[in-house]
Design a protein around this ligand. Sequence first.
Ligand code: FES
Length: 125
Amino acid sequence: MYSKKVVDRFSNPKNSGEMKDADAIGEEGNPRCGDVMKIYLKVENEKIIDVKFQTYGCIAAIACSDALCELAKGKTITEAKKIKSQDILNELGKLPPIKIHCSILGMEALQNVIKNYETKKAKNN
Ligand code: FES
């Protein structure tokens, strides 16, 4: 069963939706289950000031997406790069073993959007 934190984040995510003026967008999917996470970043002076997600996926994938947005918000890019799937799990209490990969997908989606941000920044310099 899912923890109360997972159910709360799934039922009432704080960070879901599209970000029209995002500085970077990243997407990561798991071909086995078909879940896909799209993450939007807004960055100012190397600090993540806003994060949003659009996730097509299971309850855990949506809860993980919302939790990772919460974890990344307010962090510098360097700090956000260190966010691991375990941090997402800690934020949610726990996940059923079969759903642990949803937190890994979350971590990968965050790493992907950060990579896209850095690539874009390098091109503009
Ligand atoms: Fe695969 Fe949730 S079932 S990410």
